[in-house]
Design a protein around this ligand. Structure first.
Ligand code: CP
Ligand code: NVA
Length: 314
């Protein structure tokens, strides 16, 4: 006997657009309900006896703690694997790993390198697979960021989000979210680090506007957000990137040209004095700690949705 498989259709969350706009809205609403209960110390054990396997091929603080704490809070349990302490580090094919793990657990979260690696895992998995970050996307983070925006400012539809810095996994995920939820993404990245047109096609100006000057990208934005200059896996380019990104530091001057009530977000970990000035990330417009906390609540809602589908109220 193998572990029981899903009753409904198998769903994964490998990219933001793997859920429909309505499903994203459901997960965000559900996350609010789950957060409210959490704040009142009310138990919410909808995943009683379910087991999550987490596979980390890159380092993590927030993703690990939020998934691990979240699954226990839902009444389930967690297994934590890394490349170094599993056979993945000794070249066991990802397909075989997927076949085996997914016979034993109910849900899998993976943080890895190429998106194709998580896609290969999902293609051979009997249970839902969640992207906990790849080189290409970080969909759980954007779910938390949008939840945080709504919590502070209401609907994100029709608003402007300024992305300052690397055209990386976060930026590509913001673009998917803009297309699905109807807001405008301003992107300013140095030459050589812009979004790849071959990947994104030609989104209309209502969805994506690119700027050489980061100050222009921040103009009138309702949210200014950035990320490290060097993402995990690109450390060999560190010195080259430090030079290229020197003018892409979100500082008080940039925040001053954004909307007067603009928020600042950063997925963290942050490097004060590089991609963001200390006075911005530690200043009154920054909501980075709420943003980090909200990973917990949205991922609990996401895990519930992937395993149980849409549930009625409380
Ligand atoms: N933002 C984020 O994913 O953080 P970790 O790398 O600490 O998981
Ligand atoms: N873009 C960063 C995000 C870290 C959470 C990286 O991939 O390292």
């Amino acid at each position: 006997m193998s572990a029981p498989t899903q009753t409904g259709p198998l769903r994964h969350f490998l990219q933001f657009r793997d859920l429909s706009s309505n499903e994203i809205q459901y997960v965000l609403d559900r996350a609010q309900l789950i957060k409210n209960k959490f704040k009142r110390y009310q138990p919410h054990h909808t995943l009683h006896d379910r087991n999550l396997a987490m596979v980390f091929e890159k380092a993590s603080t927030r993703t690990r703690v939020s998934f691990e704490a979240g699954m226990y809070q839902l009444g389930g349990s967690v297994i934590h694997l890394t490349t170094g302490d599993s056979q993945l580090g000794r070249s066991e094919p990802i397909e075989d790993t997927a076949r085996v793990i997914s016979r034993m657990v109910d849900l899998v979260m993976i943080r890895t390198f190429e998106q194709t690696r998580i896609e290969r895992f999902a293609a051979h998995s009997r249970v839902p697979v969640i992207n906990g970050l790849t080189n290409e996307y970080h969909p759980c983070q954007i779910l938390a960021d949008i939840f945080t925006f709504i919590e502070h400012r209401g609907s994100i539809k029709g608003k402007t989000v300024a992305w300052i810095g690397d055209g990386n996994n976060m930026a590509y995920t913001w673009l998917q979210a803009a297309e699905m939820l109807g807001f405008t993404l301003h992107v300013s990245a140095p030459n050589g680090y812009k979004l790849d047109r071959a990947r994104i096609g030609n989104p209309p100006e209502s969805i994506l506007r690119e700027f050489d000057d980061p100050m222009q990208a921040c103009q009138g934005a309702h949210l200014v957000t950035t990320d490290v200059w060097t993402s995990m896996g690109y450390e060999a380019e560190n010195e080259e990137r430090r030079k290229a990104f020197a003018d892409w530091c979100v500082d008080a001057e940039m925040m001053a040209v954004a909307a007067p009530d603009a928020l600042f977000m950063h997925c963290l970990p942050a490097h004060r004095g590089e991609e963001v000035a200390g006075e911005v990330i530690d200043g009154p417009q920054s909501v980075v700690w709420d943003e980090a906390e909200n990973r917990l609540h949205v991922q609990k809602a996401l895990m519930e949705f992937l395993l149980l589908g849409q549930l009625p109220g409380n």
